[in-house]
Write a protein that binds this ligand. Sequence first.
Ligand code: FEO
Ligand code: CA
Ligand code: CA
Ligand code: CA
Length: 626
Amino acid sequence: MESSKKDLNETEFSTMVEAQLSRRGFLKGSAATGVGTFLALNPVMEAIAAEPTSKLLNFNPIPASTADQVIVPAGYRATPLISWGDPIFNRAPDFDPSGKQNADAQEKQFGDNTDGMSLFPISENRAVLAINNEYTNYEYLFDHQGKSMTAADVRKAQAAVGVTVVEIVRQGKNWQIDRTGQRNRRITANTAMQLTGPAAGHALLKTQNDPTGTKVHGTFNNCANGQTPWGTYLTCEENFDDFFGSKKGRDLTADEKRYGMAAKKSRYQWEQFDDRFDIAQHPNEPNRFGWVVEIDPNDPNSTPLKRTALGRFKHENAALVLDKSGHVVVYMGDDERGEFLYKFVSKKRYQPGNDAANRELLEDGTLYAAKFNMDTKSLKGGGQWLELTYGKNGLTAENGFASQAEVLIFARRAASLAGATTMDRPEWVAVHPGHQYVFCTLTNNKYRGVKDGQPIGGPNPRAKNQYGQILRWLPIDGDHTHDHFAWDLYLVAGNPEVHSDLYGGTDNINKDNMFNSPDGLGFDKDGRLWILTDGNYSNKGDFAGQGNNQMLCGDPLTGEIKRFLTGPIACEITGLTFSPDQKTMFVGVQHPGEKMAPSHFPEGGKSKPRSTVMMITRDDGGIIGA
Ligand code: FEO
Ligand code: CA
Ligand code: CA
Ligand code: CA
Protein backbone atom coordinates (compact mmCIF):
# COMPACT_ATOMS: atom_id res chain seq x y z
CA MET A 1 0.00 0.00 0.00
CA GLU A 2 2.45 2.65 -1.19
CA SER A 3 1.07 6.12 -0.75
CA SER A 4 2.30 9.17 -2.54
CA LYS A 5 3.54 11.98 -0.36
CA LYS A 6 3.34 14.27 -3.36
CA ASP A 7 0.54 16.83 -3.22
CA LEU A 8 -0.55 17.47 -6.79
CA ASN A 9 -2.25 20.74 -7.54
CA GLU A 10 -5.44 20.94 -9.57
CA THR A 11 -3.74 21.59 -12.89
CA GLU A 12 -1.47 18.59 -12.42
CA PHE A 13 -4.49 16.42 -11.59
CA SER A 14 -6.36 17.65 -14.64
CA THR A 15 -3.37 16.92 -16.84
CA MET A 16 -3.19 13.43 -15.38
CA VAL A 17 -6.87 12.59 -15.83
CA GLU A 18 -6.93 13.97 -19.35
CA ALA A 19 -3.79 12.03 -20.22
CA GLN A 20 -5.45 8.84 -18.96
CA LEU A 21 -8.64 9.59 -20.85
CA SER A 22 -6.91 10.26 -24.14
CA ARG A 23 -4.58 7.29 -23.72
CA ARG A 24 -7.69 5.12 -23.68
CA GLY A 25 -9.10 6.85 -26.73
CA PHE A 26 -12.00 8.43 -24.87
CA LEU A 27 -11.05 11.92 -25.97
CA LYS A 28 -11.02 12.44 -29.67
CA GLY A 29 -9.45 15.80 -30.36
CA SER A 30 -10.23 19.01 -28.57
CA ALA A 31 -13.66 20.19 -27.50
CA ALA A 32 -16.09 21.00 -30.27
CA THR A 33 -16.87 24.61 -31.02
CA GLY A 34 -19.72 26.13 -29.07
CA VAL A 35 -18.87 24.19 -25.92
CA GLY A 36 -19.50 26.32 -22.84
CA THR A 37 -17.14 27.14 -20.03
CA PHE A 38 -18.20 24.21 -17.86
CA LEU A 39 -17.75 21.78 -20.69
CA ALA A 40 -14.35 23.14 -21.56
CA LEU A 41 -13.28 22.58 -17.99
CA ASN A 42 -14.64 19.07 -17.81
CA PRO A 43 -13.03 16.11 -19.58
CA VAL A 44 -16.22 14.01 -19.45
CA MET A 45 -18.18 16.70 -21.20
CA GLU A 46 -15.44 17.15 -23.77
CA ALA A 47 -15.74 13.46 -24.48
CA ILE A 48 -19.49 13.84 -25.07
CA ALA A 49 -18.87 16.65 -27.51
CA ALA A 50 -16.36 14.50 -29.34
CA GLU A 51 -18.46 11.33 -29.40
CA PRO A 52 -22.17 12.14 -29.10
CA THR A 53 -23.72 8.76 -29.88
CA SER A 54 -23.18 5.88 -27.52
CA LYS A 55 -22.80 2.34 -28.83
CA LEU A 56 -23.68 0.92 -25.42
CA LEU A 57 -27.27 2.13 -25.13
CA ASN A 58 -29.33 0.28 -27.72
CA PHE A 59 -32.91 0.79 -26.61
CA ASN A 60 -35.52 3.40 -27.42
CA PRO A 61 -35.75 5.78 -24.48
CA ILE A 62 -39.16 6.37 -22.89
CA PRO A 63 -40.87 9.62 -21.84
CA ALA A 64 -41.43 10.72 -18.25
CA SER A 65 -44.59 9.26 -16.72
CA THR A 66 -47.10 9.88 -13.95
CA ALA A 67 -48.90 6.58 -14.54
CA ASP A 68 -49.37 4.03 -11.75
CA GLN A 69 -47.28 1.36 -13.42
CA VAL A 70 -43.77 0.35 -14.39
CA ILE A 71 -43.07 1.33 -17.99
CA VAL A 72 -40.08 0.01 -19.96
CA PRO A 73 -38.96 0.51 -23.60
CA ALA A 74 -40.56 -1.21 -26.59
CA GLY A 75 -39.52 -4.85 -26.73
CA TYR A 76 -39.08 -5.07 -22.94
CA ARG A 77 -41.36 -6.47 -20.28
CA ALA A 78 -41.64 -5.83 -16.52
CA THR A 79 -43.03 -8.60 -14.29
CA PRO A 80 -43.33 -8.73 -10.47
CA LEU A 81 -41.10 -11.31 -8.76
CA ILE A 82 -41.99 -10.76 -5.11
CA SER A 83 -43.99 -8.16 -3.17
CA TRP A 84 -44.11 -7.21 0.49
CA GLY A 85 -45.96 -9.92 2.42
CA ASP A 86 -45.47 -12.74 -0.10
CA PRO A 87 -44.61 -16.01 1.67
CA ILE A 88 -41.02 -17.25 1.33
CA PHE A 89 -41.58 -20.61 3.01
CA ASN A 90 -44.09 -23.37 2.26
CA ARG A 91 -45.39 -23.12 5.79
CA ALA A 92 -45.91 -19.34 5.57
CA PRO A 93 -49.36 -17.76 5.23
CA ASP A 94 -50.33 -15.83 2.11
CA PHE A 95 -50.34 -12.04 2.14
CA ASP A 96 -53.41 -10.61 3.87
CA PRO A 97 -54.15 -7.00 2.86
CA SER A 98 -56.23 -6.32 6.00
CA GLY A 99 -53.17 -5.22 7.98
CA LYS A 100 -54.18 -7.65 10.73
CA GLN A 101 -51.57 -10.35 10.16
CA ASN A 102 -49.18 -10.78 13.09
CA ALA A 103 -45.42 -10.83 13.57
CA ASP A 104 -45.24 -14.63 13.16
CA ALA A 105 -46.71 -14.32 9.66
CA GLN A 106 -44.51 -11.36 8.70
CA GLU A 107 -41.39 -13.27 9.83
CA LYS A 108 -42.08 -15.87 7.15
CA GLN A 109 -42.96 -13.37 4.42
CA PHE A 110 -41.02 -10.92 2.27
CA GLY A 111 -40.26 -7.78 4.28
CA ASP A 112 -41.40 -4.29 3.37
CA ASN A 113 -39.61 -1.52 1.39
CA THR A 114 -37.40 -3.56 -0.90
CA ASP A 115 -34.00 -1.85 -1.36
CA GLY A 116 -30.46 -2.93 -2.31
CA MET A 117 -30.08 -6.54 -3.46
CA SER A 118 -27.50 -8.98 -4.82
CA LEU A 119 -27.81 -12.22 -6.75
CA PHE A 120 -25.59 -15.21 -5.97
CA PRO A 121 -25.71 -17.92 -8.66
CA ILE A 122 -26.16 -21.54 -7.59
CA SER A 123 -26.50 -23.05 -11.08
CA GLU A 124 -27.54 -21.73 -14.49
CA ASN A 125 -31.22 -21.63 -13.57
CA ARG A 126 -31.06 -21.32 -9.78
CA ALA A 127 -29.77 -18.50 -7.64
CA VAL A 128 -30.15 -16.97 -4.23
CA LEU A 129 -31.22 -13.35 -3.87
CA ALA A 130 -30.37 -11.32 -0.78
CA ILE A 131 -32.68 -8.30 -0.58
CA ASN A 132 -32.76 -5.45 1.93
CA ASN A 133 -36.07 -4.47 3.53
CA GLU A 134 -35.20 -0.95 4.52
CA TYR A 135 -38.10 0.19 6.67
CA THR A 136 -41.87 -0.27 6.80
CA ASN A 137 -44.96 1.76 5.97
CA TYR A 138 -47.26 1.81 8.99
CA GLU A 139 -50.08 3.23 6.85
CA TYR A 140 -50.23 -0.14 5.08
CA LEU A 141 -48.66 -2.53 7.62
CA PHE A 142 -51.47 -2.00 10.17
CA ASP A 143 -55.22 -1.64 9.90
CA HIS A 144 -54.86 1.36 12.28
CA GLN A 145 -52.06 2.95 10.19
CA GLY A 146 -49.79 3.05 13.25
CA LYS A 147 -52.17 5.26 15.24
CA SER A 148 -52.76 2.82 18.12
CA MET A 149 -49.57 0.81 18.46
CA THR A 150 -49.19 -2.20 20.78
CA ALA A 151 -46.24 -4.39 21.77
CA ALA A 152 -47.45 -6.98 19.23
CA ASP A 153 -47.48 -4.32 16.52
CA VAL A 154 -43.88 -3.36 17.33
CA ARG A 155 -42.88 -7.02 17.00
CA LYS A 156 -44.58 -7.13 13.61
CA ALA A 157 -42.78 -3.97 12.47
CA GLN A 158 -39.49 -5.49 13.66
CA ALA A 159 -40.27 -8.54 11.51
CA ALA A 160 -41.00 -6.40 8.42
CA VAL A 161 -37.47 -4.93 8.21
CA GLY A 162 -33.96 -6.36 7.79
CA VAL A 163 -33.03 -8.69 4.97
CA THR A 164 -34.77 -11.43 2.98
CA VAL A 165 -32.70 -14.27 1.55
CA VAL A 166 -34.60 -16.39 -0.96
CA GLU A 167 -33.85 -18.92 -3.68
CA ILE A 168 -35.16 -18.28 -7.18
CA VAL A 169 -35.46 -20.65 -10.13
CA ARG A 170 -35.72 -19.78 -13.81
CA GLN A 171 -38.68 -21.16 -15.73
CA GLY A 172 -38.71 -19.97 -19.33
CA LYS A 173 -37.60 -16.36 -19.44
CA ASN A 174 -38.68 -15.49 -15.93
CA TRP A 175 -37.66 -16.46 -12.46
CA GLN A 176 -39.85 -17.55 -9.55
CA ILE A 177 -39.46 -17.71 -5.80
CA ASP A 178 -38.75 -21.26 -4.60
CA ARG A 179 -40.48 -21.51 -1.22
CA THR A 180 -38.73 -24.83 -0.59
CA GLY A 181 -35.26 -23.28 -1.03
CA GLN A 182 -32.83 -24.50 1.64
CA ARG A 183 -31.24 -21.06 1.91
CA ASN A 184 -34.47 -19.11 2.46
CA ARG A 185 -34.22 -16.93 5.53
CA ARG A 186 -35.61 -13.80 7.12
CA ILE A 187 -33.18 -11.62 9.03
CA THR A 188 -35.04 -9.09 11.17
CA ALA A 189 -34.54 -6.49 13.89
CA ASN A 190 -34.26 -9.40 16.35
CA THR A 191 -31.85 -11.81 14.62
CA ALA A 192 -28.72 -12.64 16.66
CA MET A 193 -25.59 -10.99 15.22
CA GLN A 194 -22.00 -10.41 16.21
CA LEU A 195 -19.99 -7.20 16.38
CA THR A 196 -16.49 -7.87 15.06
CA GLY A 197 -13.34 -5.88 14.32
CA PRO A 198 -11.44 -3.16 16.19
CA ALA A 199 -14.44 -1.65 18.04
CA ALA A 200 -16.03 -4.96 19.11
CA GLY A 201 -16.14 -5.29 22.89
CA HIS A 202 -15.50 -1.58 23.50
CA ALA A 203 -17.22 -0.04 26.54
CA LEU A 204 -19.35 2.13 24.24
CA LEU A 205 -20.83 -1.03 22.70
CA LYS A 206 -21.68 -2.72 26.02
CA THR A 207 -25.25 -2.77 27.33
CA GLN A 208 -27.13 -4.27 30.29
CA ASN A 209 -28.19 -7.14 28.06
CA ASP A 210 -24.76 -7.62 26.50
CA PRO A 211 -21.85 -6.92 28.87
CA THR A 212 -19.44 -8.31 26.23
CA GLY A 213 -20.18 -5.53 23.70
CA THR A 214 -20.14 -8.14 20.92
CA LYS A 215 -23.60 -9.71 20.80
CA VAL A 216 -26.28 -7.62 19.19
CA HIS A 217 -29.79 -8.31 17.98
CA GLY A 218 -30.92 -7.27 14.57
CA THR A 219 -30.29 -4.96 11.71
CA PHE A 220 -32.65 -2.29 10.37
CA ASN A 221 -32.83 0.55 7.92
CA ASN A 222 -30.82 -1.63 5.57
CA CYS A 223 -30.49 0.71 2.67
CA ALA A 224 -28.21 -0.46 -0.07
CA ASN A 225 -25.68 -3.23 -0.33
CA GLY A 226 -22.48 -4.75 -1.58
CA GLN A 227 -21.24 -8.14 -2.70
CA THR A 228 -17.87 -9.73 -2.02
CA PRO A 229 -15.79 -11.97 -4.32
CA TRP A 230 -15.93 -14.62 -1.56
CA GLY A 231 -19.69 -14.99 -1.88
CA THR A 232 -21.05 -12.90 0.98
CA TYR A 233 -23.63 -10.12 1.04
CA LEU A 234 -23.05 -6.72 2.60
CA THR A 235 -26.07 -4.90 3.98
CA CYS A 236 -25.69 -1.30 5.09
CA GLU A 237 -27.40 0.25 8.13
CA GLU A 238 -28.54 3.77 7.27
CA ASN A 239 -31.13 5.81 9.22
CA PHE A 240 -31.06 3.66 12.36
CA ASP A 241 -31.83 6.73 14.50
CA ASP A 242 -35.47 6.60 13.32
CA PHE A 243 -35.97 3.48 15.45
CA PHE A 244 -34.72 4.88 18.79
CA GLY A 245 -36.46 7.25 21.15
CA SER A 246 -37.20 7.79 24.81
CA LYS A 247 -40.30 7.68 26.97
CA LYS A 248 -38.90 10.01 29.63
CA GLY A 249 -36.55 12.10 27.53
CA ARG A 250 -33.05 13.27 28.50
CA ASP A 251 -30.31 15.60 27.32
CA LEU A 252 -28.42 14.38 24.26
CA THR A 253 -24.66 14.32 23.78
CA ALA A 254 -23.15 16.09 20.76
CA ASP A 255 -22.39 12.70 19.19
CA GLU A 256 -25.98 11.55 19.66
CA LYS A 257 -27.22 14.74 17.98
CA ARG A 258 -24.74 14.29 15.13
CA TYR A 259 -26.19 10.82 14.46
CA GLY A 260 -29.75 12.16 14.52
CA MET A 261 -30.87 10.70 17.84
CA ALA A 262 -33.90 12.28 19.53
CA ALA A 263 -34.91 11.68 23.15
CA LYS A 264 -38.63 11.69 22.44
CA LYS A 265 -41.26 9.48 20.86
CA SER A 266 -39.67 8.04 17.71
CA ARG A 267 -41.15 7.72 14.24
CA TYR A 268 -41.68 3.96 14.69
CA GLN A 269 -42.45 4.04 18.44
CA TRP A 270 -40.43 0.91 19.22
CA GLU A 271 -39.13 2.45 22.48
CA GLN A 272 -42.72 2.69 23.76
CA PHE A 273 -43.01 -1.11 23.95
CA ASP A 274 -39.45 -2.46 23.75
CA ASP A 275 -37.03 -0.97 26.30
CA ARG A 276 -34.01 -1.83 24.15
CA PHE A 277 -34.91 1.11 21.92
CA ASP A 278 -35.25 3.62 24.77
CA ILE A 279 -31.98 5.55 24.79
CA ALA A 280 -32.53 6.86 28.33
CA GLN A 281 -32.53 3.26 29.55
CA HIS A 282 -30.01 1.79 27.10
CA PRO A 283 -27.78 4.67 25.94
CA ASN A 284 -25.24 2.43 24.15
CA GLU A 285 -27.73 0.41 22.12
CA PRO A 286 -27.68 2.88 19.16
CA ASN A 287 -23.88 2.56 19.00
CA ARG A 288 -24.46 -1.05 17.91
CA PHE A 289 -26.16 0.18 14.69
CA GLY A 290 -24.85 2.19 11.75
CA TRP A 291 -22.49 -0.54 10.56
CA VAL A 292 -21.93 -2.64 7.45
CA VAL A 293 -23.15 -6.20 8.11
CA GLU A 294 -21.69 -9.24 6.29
CA ILE A 295 -24.08 -12.14 5.67
CA ASP A 296 -23.42 -15.57 4.16
CA PRO A 297 -26.47 -16.10 1.90
CA ASN A 298 -25.61 -19.77 1.42
CA ASP A 299 -25.76 -20.68 5.10
CA PRO A 300 -29.12 -19.90 6.73
CA ASN A 301 -27.65 -20.76 10.14
CA SER A 302 -24.71 -18.38 9.90
CA THR A 303 -24.43 -15.39 12.26
CA PRO A 304 -24.40 -12.02 10.46
CA LEU A 305 -21.24 -10.06 11.31
CA LYS A 306 -21.21 -6.30 11.91
CA ARG A 307 -17.85 -5.10 10.56
CA THR A 308 -16.74 -2.23 12.79
CA ALA A 309 -13.54 -1.63 10.78
CA LEU A 310 -15.71 0.03 8.10
CA GLY A 311 -16.86 2.76 10.48
CA ARG A 312 -20.17 3.81 11.95
CA PHE A 313 -22.30 6.28 10.04
CA LYS A 314 -25.49 6.27 7.97
CA HIS A 315 -24.23 3.78 5.43
CA GLU A 316 -25.76 3.87 1.97
CA ASN A 317 -23.98 1.07 0.13
CA ALA A 318 -20.61 -0.69 0.12
CA ALA A 319 -18.96 -0.78 -3.32
CA LEU A 320 -16.21 -3.35 -3.09
CA VAL A 321 -13.37 -3.56 -5.57
CA LEU A 322 -10.45 -5.93 -5.62
CA ASP A 323 -7.45 -3.67 -6.19
CA LYS A 324 -4.59 -4.86 -8.42
CA SER A 325 -2.44 -4.96 -5.26
CA GLY A 326 -4.73 -7.66 -3.85
CA HIS A 327 -6.15 -5.39 -1.16
CA VAL A 328 -9.90 -5.14 -0.95
CA VAL A 329 -11.16 -1.57 -1.18
CA VAL A 330 -14.69 -0.60 -0.14
CA TYR A 331 -16.14 2.80 -1.09
CA MET A 332 -19.01 4.02 1.08
CA GLY A 333 -21.27 7.07 1.25
CA ASP A 334 -22.77 8.54 4.42
CA ASP A 335 -26.19 9.76 3.30
CA GLU A 336 -26.88 12.88 5.28
CA ARG A 337 -26.62 16.53 4.26
CA GLY A 338 -23.06 17.66 4.83
CA GLU A 339 -21.62 14.24 5.69
CA PHE A 340 -18.78 12.45 3.93
CA LEU A 341 -17.53 9.91 1.44
CA TYR A 342 -15.38 7.07 2.87
CA LYS A 343 -12.96 4.39 1.72
CA PHE A 344 -11.79 1.24 3.52
CA VAL A 345 -8.60 -0.59 2.49
CA SER A 346 -8.12 -4.09 3.88
CA LYS A 347 -4.94 -4.82 5.79
CA LYS A 348 -4.53 -8.26 4.27
CA ARG A 349 -4.64 -9.29 0.63
CA TYR A 350 -7.19 -11.39 -1.19
CA GLN A 351 -6.15 -15.01 -1.67
CA PRO A 352 -7.71 -16.61 -4.76
CA GLY A 353 -9.29 -19.92 -3.82
CA ASN A 354 -8.93 -19.39 -0.07
CA ASP A 355 -12.30 -18.01 0.96
CA ALA A 356 -11.84 -19.07 4.57
CA ALA A 357 -9.05 -16.49 4.75
CA ASN A 358 -10.88 -13.97 2.56
CA ARG A 359 -13.80 -13.94 4.97
CA GLU A 360 -11.51 -12.12 7.40
CA LEU A 361 -10.63 -9.30 4.98
CA LEU A 362 -13.22 -6.85 6.30
CA GLU A 363 -12.06 -7.49 9.86
CA ASP A 364 -9.09 -5.15 9.79
CA GLY A 365 -7.87 -2.29 7.62
CA THR A 366 -7.65 1.47 7.24
CA LEU A 367 -10.58 3.85 6.97
CA TYR A 368 -10.32 7.14 5.05
CA ALA A 369 -12.59 10.11 4.34
CA ALA A 370 -12.44 12.18 1.16
CA LYS A 371 -11.24 15.76 0.84
CA PHE A 372 -11.85 17.62 -2.45
CA ASN A 373 -10.48 20.83 -3.87
CA MET A 374 -13.24 23.44 -3.55
CA ASP A 375 -12.79 25.48 -6.72
CA THR A 376 -16.00 27.34 -7.56
CA LYS A 377 -15.31 27.75 -11.28
CA SER A 378 -14.60 24.20 -12.35
CA LEU A 379 -16.44 20.90 -12.16
CA LYS A 380 -13.25 18.87 -11.81
CA GLY A 381 -10.13 18.77 -9.74
CA GLY A 382 -8.05 16.81 -7.29
CA GLY A 383 -8.84 15.03 -4.08
CA GLN A 384 -7.21 13.20 -1.24
CA TRP A 385 -8.12 10.39 1.14
CA LEU A 386 -7.54 11.38 4.78
CA GLU A 387 -6.60 8.50 7.03
CA LEU A 388 -8.88 7.99 10.05
CA THR A 389 -6.40 6.25 12.29
CA TYR A 390 -6.00 6.97 15.98
CA GLY A 391 -2.94 9.20 16.49
CA LYS A 392 -3.01 10.61 12.93
CA ASN A 393 -4.71 13.67 11.40
CA GLY A 394 -5.51 15.10 14.83
CA LEU A 395 -7.35 11.98 16.05
CA THR A 396 -5.79 12.14 19.51
CA ALA A 397 -6.79 12.19 23.17
CA GLU A 398 -6.48 16.01 23.28
CA ASN A 399 -9.08 16.15 20.51
CA GLY A 400 -11.48 13.71 22.16
CA PHE A 401 -10.45 10.29 20.81
CA ALA A 402 -9.00 7.74 23.22
CA SER A 403 -8.65 4.80 20.83
CA GLN A 404 -9.23 3.50 17.31
CA ALA A 405 -12.52 2.01 18.54
CA GLU A 406 -13.75 5.52 19.33
CA VAL A 407 -12.59 6.77 15.93
CA LEU A 408 -14.71 4.05 14.28
CA ILE A 409 -17.78 4.46 16.52
CA PHE A 410 -17.78 8.22 15.94
CA ALA A 411 -16.40 8.15 12.39
CA ARG A 412 -18.33 11.31 11.47
CA ARG A 413 -16.60 13.36 14.15
CA ALA A 414 -13.24 11.85 13.21
CA ALA A 415 -13.70 12.73 9.53
CA SER A 416 -14.67 16.32 10.45
CA LEU A 417 -11.58 16.67 12.59
CA ALA A 418 -9.36 15.27 9.83
CA GLY A 419 -10.73 17.88 7.40
CA ALA A 420 -12.97 15.87 5.05
CA THR A 421 -15.25 17.71 2.60
CA THR A 422 -18.95 17.94 3.44
CA MET A 423 -20.96 16.45 0.57
CA ASP A 424 -24.45 16.72 -0.95
CA ARG A 425 -25.68 13.42 0.58
CA PRO A 426 -23.48 10.66 -0.88
CA GLU A 427 -25.73 7.74 -1.85
CA TRP A 428 -24.56 4.75 -3.90
CA VAL A 429 -21.02 4.25 -5.15
CA ALA A 430 -20.31 2.02 -8.19
CA VAL A 431 -16.99 0.94 -9.69
CA HIS A 432 -16.76 0.42 -13.46
CA PRO A 433 -16.14 -3.27 -14.29
CA GLY A 434 -13.52 -2.61 -16.97
CA HIS A 435 -11.48 0.37 -15.83
CA GLN A 436 -10.85 2.08 -12.52
CA TYR A 437 -13.44 4.88 -12.60
CA VAL A 438 -15.63 5.18 -9.53
CA PHE A 439 -19.01 6.93 -9.58
CA CYS A 440 -21.09 8.26 -6.68
CA THR A 441 -24.54 9.81 -6.63
CA LEU A 442 -24.83 13.02 -4.58
CA THR A 443 -28.58 13.04 -4.34
CA ASN A 444 -29.46 16.62 -3.27
CA ASN A 445 -28.81 19.02 -0.37
CA LYS A 446 -31.08 21.87 0.60
CA TYR A 447 -28.48 23.07 3.13
CA ARG A 448 -25.60 23.60 0.64
CA GLY A 449 -24.54 27.22 0.85
CA VAL A 450 -27.08 27.73 3.63
CA LYS A 451 -25.67 25.97 6.71
CA ASP A 452 -22.25 26.60 8.21
CA GLY A 453 -19.59 24.17 7.05
CA GLN A 454 -21.34 23.43 3.73
CA PRO A 455 -19.75 25.94 1.33
CA ILE A 456 -20.45 25.88 -2.40
CA GLY A 457 -17.65 24.54 -4.57
CA GLY A 458 -15.80 21.51 -5.82
CA PRO A 459 -18.11 18.50 -6.36
CA ASN A 460 -20.97 20.36 -4.61
CA PRO A 461 -21.34 23.36 -6.94
CA ARG A 462 -24.89 24.61 -6.26
CA ALA A 463 -26.62 26.29 -3.32
CA LYS A 464 -29.93 24.71 -2.15
CA ASN A 465 -29.23 21.82 -4.49
CA GLN A 466 -32.62 20.28 -5.22
CA TYR A 467 -31.54 18.11 -8.17
CA GLY A 468 -28.31 16.32 -7.28
CA GLN A 469 -25.26 15.32 -9.34
CA ILE A 470 -23.07 12.30 -10.09
CA LEU A 471 -19.43 12.47 -9.10
CA ARG A 472 -16.77 10.46 -10.91
CA TRP A 473 -13.20 9.91 -9.83
CA LEU A 474 -10.11 8.07 -10.94
CA PRO A 475 -7.51 6.93 -8.42
CA ILE A 476 -3.93 7.85 -9.34
CA ASP A 477 -2.47 5.13 -11.57
CA GLY A 478 -5.75 3.22 -11.24
CA ASP A 479 -4.57 2.24 -7.75
CA HIS A 480 -7.52 2.19 -5.35
CA THR A 481 -5.19 2.14 -2.34
CA HIS A 482 -3.59 5.42 -3.45
CA ASP A 483 -4.32 8.43 -1.27
CA HIS A 484 -4.91 10.82 -4.19
CA PHE A 485 -7.42 10.89 -7.02
CA ALA A 486 -8.71 13.12 -9.81
CA TRP A 487 -12.43 13.82 -10.08
CA ASP A 488 -15.03 15.45 -12.27
CA LEU A 489 -18.82 15.60 -12.39
CA TYR A 490 -20.30 13.01 -14.75
CA LEU A 491 -23.55 14.91 -14.72
CA VAL A 492 -25.26 17.68 -12.84
CA ALA A 493 -29.01 16.95 -12.83
CA GLY A 494 -31.45 19.80 -13.37
CA ASN A 495 -34.41 21.07 -15.29
CA PRO A 496 -33.40 22.76 -18.55
CA GLU A 497 -37.06 23.66 -19.20
CA VAL A 498 -37.15 25.79 -16.04
CA HIS A 499 -33.56 27.01 -15.58
CA SER A 500 -30.93 28.27 -17.97
CA ASP A 501 -28.02 28.26 -15.49
CA LEU A 502 -26.37 25.27 -13.80
CA TYR A 503 -29.77 24.38 -12.24
CA GLY A 504 -30.68 23.38 -15.79
CA GLY A 505 -28.03 20.67 -15.55
CA THR A 506 -24.96 19.84 -17.59
CA ASP A 507 -25.26 19.48 -21.37
CA ASN A 508 -25.96 15.74 -21.17
CA ILE A 509 -29.27 16.58 -19.44
CA ASN A 510 -32.16 17.60 -21.72
CA LYS A 511 -35.95 17.78 -21.68
CA ASP A 512 -36.17 14.14 -22.76
CA ASN A 513 -33.97 12.53 -20.10
CA MET A 514 -34.21 14.89 -17.13
CA PHE A 515 -34.69 13.66 -13.57
CA ASN A 516 -33.83 14.69 -10.02
CA SER A 517 -32.17 13.06 -7.03
CA PRO A 518 -30.03 10.23 -8.43
CA ASP A 519 -29.67 7.61 -5.68
CA GLY A 520 -29.20 3.96 -6.73
CA LEU A 521 -26.28 3.34 -9.07
CA GLY A 522 -24.83 0.22 -10.61
CA PHE A 523 -22.91 -1.16 -13.55
CA ASP A 524 -23.76 -4.21 -15.57
CA LYS A 525 -20.88 -6.37 -16.84
CA ASP A 526 -20.75 -4.46 -20.14
CA GLY A 527 -20.22 -1.15 -18.37
CA ARG A 528 -23.65 0.43 -18.71
CA LEU A 529 -24.25 2.79 -15.82
CA TRP A 530 -27.78 2.38 -14.38
CA ILE A 531 -29.07 5.37 -12.43
CA LEU A 532 -32.08 4.99 -10.10
CA THR A 533 -33.90 7.97 -8.64
CA ASP A 534 -35.44 8.81 -5.27
CA GLY A 535 -36.63 12.32 -5.84
CA ASN A 536 -39.44 14.79 -5.93
CA TYR A 537 -42.28 13.29 -8.00
CA SER A 538 -44.63 16.29 -7.82
CA ASN A 539 -44.08 16.94 -11.55
CA LYS A 540 -44.51 20.64 -10.74
CA GLY A 541 -42.39 23.79 -10.48
CA ASP A 542 -38.70 22.92 -10.43
CA PHE A 543 -39.66 19.30 -11.14
CA ALA A 544 -42.18 19.93 -13.95
CA GLY A 545 -41.86 17.35 -16.70
CA GLN A 546 -39.81 14.90 -14.63
CA GLY A 547 -42.70 12.67 -13.56
CA ASN A 548 -42.44 9.69 -11.25
CA ASN A 549 -39.19 8.21 -10.01
CA GLN A 550 -37.32 6.37 -12.71
CA MET A 551 -34.26 4.54 -13.93
CA LEU A 552 -31.89 5.84 -16.59
CA CYS A 553 -28.97 4.30 -18.36
CA GLY A 554 -25.77 6.19 -18.99
CA ASP A 555 -22.68 5.60 -21.04
CA PRO A 556 -20.04 6.24 -18.38
CA LEU A 557 -17.52 7.50 -20.91
CA THR A 558 -19.48 9.53 -23.46
CA GLY A 559 -21.94 10.86 -20.88
CA GLU A 560 -25.02 10.02 -22.94
CA ILE A 561 -28.10 9.39 -20.75
CA LYS A 562 -31.36 7.69 -21.78
CA ARG A 563 -34.46 7.01 -19.71
CA PHE A 564 -35.12 3.25 -19.44
CA LEU A 565 -37.88 2.79 -16.85
CA THR A 566 -40.51 4.83 -15.04
CA GLY A 567 -42.10 3.74 -11.76
CA PRO A 568 -45.64 3.93 -10.33
CA ILE A 569 -47.11 6.70 -8.17
CA ALA A 570 -45.14 7.90 -5.13
CA CYS A 571 -42.48 5.19 -5.33
CA GLU A 572 -38.70 5.21 -5.23
CA ILE A 573 -36.83 3.02 -7.71
CA THR A 574 -34.04 1.30 -5.76
CA GLY A 575 -32.14 -1.97 -5.74
CA LEU A 576 -30.53 -3.47 -8.83
CA THR A 577 -29.00 -6.80 -9.76
CA PHE A 578 -28.81 -9.03 -12.82
CA SER A 579 -28.96 -12.69 -13.73
CA PRO A 580 -25.43 -13.84 -14.70
CA ASP A 581 -26.38 -13.81 -18.41
CA GLN A 582 -27.75 -10.23 -18.03
CA LYS A 583 -31.01 -11.33 -19.64
CA THR A 584 -32.98 -10.54 -16.49
CA MET A 585 -32.63 -7.32 -14.57
CA PHE A 586 -34.05 -7.24 -11.04
CA VAL A 587 -35.07 -3.76 -9.91
CA GLY A 588 -36.96 -2.63 -6.82
CA VAL A 589 -40.09 -0.48 -6.59
CA GLN A 590 -40.08 0.85 -3.03
CA HIS A 591 -43.12 2.25 -1.22
CA PRO A 592 -45.52 2.89 -4.13
CA GLY A 593 -48.32 5.05 -2.69
CA GLU A 594 -46.27 6.27 0.28
CA LYS A 595 -48.17 8.56 2.67
CA MET A 596 -51.44 7.25 1.22
CA ALA A 597 -50.78 8.57 -2.30
CA PRO A 598 -53.26 6.94 -4.73
CA SER A 599 -51.25 3.95 -5.95
CA HIS A 600 -52.50 0.38 -6.33
CA PHE A 601 -49.25 -1.02 -7.64
CA PRO A 602 -48.63 -3.80 -8.58
CA GLU A 603 -52.04 -5.51 -8.57
CA GLY A 604 -54.19 -2.55 -9.67
CA GLY A 605 -57.90 -2.23 -8.99
CA LYS A 606 -58.48 -1.15 -5.41
CA SER A 607 -55.60 -3.22 -4.04
CA LYS A 608 -53.15 -2.08 -1.38
CA PRO A 609 -49.87 -0.78 -2.88
CA ARG A 610 -46.87 -3.02 -2.08
CA SER A 611 -43.13 -2.66 -2.47
CA THR A 612 -42.14 -5.10 -5.21
CA VAL A 613 -39.03 -6.53 -6.86
CA MET A 614 -39.57 -6.43 -10.63
CA MET A 615 -37.95 -8.55 -13.34
CA ILE A 616 -37.16 -6.83 -16.60
CA THR A 617 -36.70 -9.06 -19.65
CA ARG A 618 -36.53 -8.62 -23.41
CA ASP A 619 -39.13 -10.19 -25.67
CA ASP A 620 -36.32 -11.43 -27.92
CA GLY A 621 -34.40 -12.85 -24.94
CA GLY A 622 -31.48 -10.46 -25.36
CA ILE A 623 -29.21 -8.70 -22.91
CA ILE A 624 -30.82 -5.80 -21.06
CA GLY A 625 -29.86 -2.47 -22.58
CA ALA A 626 -27.78 -3.97 -25.40
FE1 FEO B 1 -31.81 4.65 2.04
FE2 FEO B 1 -29.86 7.13 1.34
O1 FEO B 1 -31.16 5.98 0.93
CA1 CA C 1 -30.93 5.29 -1.26
CA1 CA D 1 -32.43 8.85 -1.38
CA1 CA E 1 -37.34 5.46 0.05
